[in-house]
Design a protein around this ligand. Sequence first.
Ligand SMILES: [Zn+2]
Length: 133
Amino acid sequence: MQKKILLSKVFRQSLEQHANEQSPHEACAILLGTLNDNTWETTDIFLTENIDKSEVNFTISNEQLIEGYTMAEDKGLDVVGIFHSHPNSQPSPSNTDTKFMRGNPVPWIIYSGITKEMKAYLLDSDLIQIPIE
Ligand SMILES: [Zn+2]
C-alpha cells in the first residue's frame, strides 16, 4: 500500500494560519494520530513555538516536545508528523531538515510561504515525497 498522510482541510488551514502568523520566522507543529497500513492519519495537531525565531531553521523546545508526546500518550495516539514552514523558500527539505529527519522517521510536512503549497516527505532509505490527502 502506498505511503500517505491524512490531514483534514481544517488542520491544513490552521497550520497555514500558524505559518502565516509566525512569518517571517519558520513555524512548527507536532501532528498526532494513528498509523495503519502505511497511512498516517492525523487526528490532533499541537502548534509549537520555534525557539530559534529563525527564518531558515526551527527548534521545538524540549518542554513542548515532552508535552506533545505526553498528549499523544494520554490519548493513545502516536506522533504521526512534524510540520514546519519555509517562509521564503520551496516546500522541500533543507539539508538540515534531512539530517533531523533521520532521527524522526515520521512524515515531515513543509509549507511554503512562497508557493503556498504543503508537501509531505519521508526519509526511509531514500527521501520520498508522499501524498497528503
Ligand atoms: Zn525546513
